[in-house]
Design a protein around this ligand. Sequence first.
Ligand code: NI
Length: 178
Amino acid sequence: MLMRKILDREDPILRQKAVPVPLADIAGHNVQTIIREMIDAMSLQKDGVAIAAPQIGVSSQIFVVSGSLLKQADASYKGEPTELVFINPEIIKMSKEKKSVEEGCLSVRWFYGKVRRSVRVTLRAYNEKGQRIERGASGLLAQIFQHEVDHLNGILFTDKAKEVWQMTTEEIEELQRK
Ligand code: NI
């Protein structure tokens, strides 16, 4: 099995606008393989709650959320503990109410920052079966939707963060132990 590396923030692919996936291609081998590789790369990271395709070097509009890590991190999440796949996502509603939340990224090791995000958003996308879906979210999932759609537009959280700090070696070790 080919294991895709997660790209570091210096990589120019992370700064490109990702290309929409033609709907007829979603069921095809290529797209399904990309989704599988995204899930594999994400699941090797203990804190990998979501990943966007450009992070594994594929400039396509796809992101994946780990439902099981999301459930662990946010008790208010009542959805399935499986991987959630979003293709050609579009945020169609965002609350005016915003909150400053802590954020990190698998491509920006090991920095964290505070980013202002809408507390509620509605996302329209296609799932891995090519079905059109619309999903409202609050809490961590709303934050993830905004972070991942930013990735697909070439934006990293550090572009928006007001405060950015680096995790200490102890904090990183603690995270790896979980
Ligand atoms: Ni990220």
